[in-house]
Design a binder for this molecule. Structure first.
Ligand code: 9L3
Ligand code: MG
Length: 142
């Protein structure tokens, strides 16, 4: 299957403010068993025919009950995507909440705002940890 037809997983690094991020939102998964208890940047799979950014807005509405504004994409090493443990790849965007208070409505049992300097303090899913480490590294760079 060409990448064009592959299911894409999309997720958001929701921060308190896009122009000067300090706090980052982490969400703890309840399923599947292999990932339950691990923390992620919230998001999910695109549906057939759905644009990635639209899928992300839908997922964040469903999972957390918030409406967000997307910022820049956070590019990973695979054509801009981040590797996942499965055959899937992950696309990430910065995001800022414009409406609603985030709540774990489905797929998560806890959410947590991580303060500046503490973005690696939770047990991230390995793929997400790689991305968050790189985000921290880039923020500290020029
Ligand atoms: N996944 C990894 N990191 C993330 C997200 C949102 C998803 N930040 C992985 C976990 C699942 C797959 O992608 O194996 C599909 O995610 P979902 O649709 O179950 O949220
Ligand atoms: Mg999800």
């Amino acid at each position: 299957m060409s990448p064009k037809h592959q299911t894409c997983v999309v997720a958001a690094a929701i921060v308190d403010r896009l122009d000067r991020p300090a706090r980052l939102l982490a969400a703890r998964r309840t399923a599947p068993p292999a990932l339950a208890g691990q923390w992620e940047l919230p998001g999910g799979k695109t549906e057939p025919g759905e644009a990635p950014a639209d899928a992300l807005l839908r997922e964040l509405r469903e999972e957390l009950g918030v409406r967000v504004r997307l910022g820049a994409q956070i590019t990973g090493p695979l054509d801009g995507h981040w590797p996942l443990a499965s055959a899937l790849t992950l696309r990430l965007w910065w995001a800022e909440i414009v409406d609603g208070e985030p709540m774990p409505l489905q797929d998560h049992d806890q959410i947590r705002w991580l303060e500046a300097g503490r973005w690696l303090d939770v047990a991230w899913i390995p793929a997400d940890r790689t991305a968050v480490s790189e985000m921290v590294r880039r923020a500290g760079g020029p």
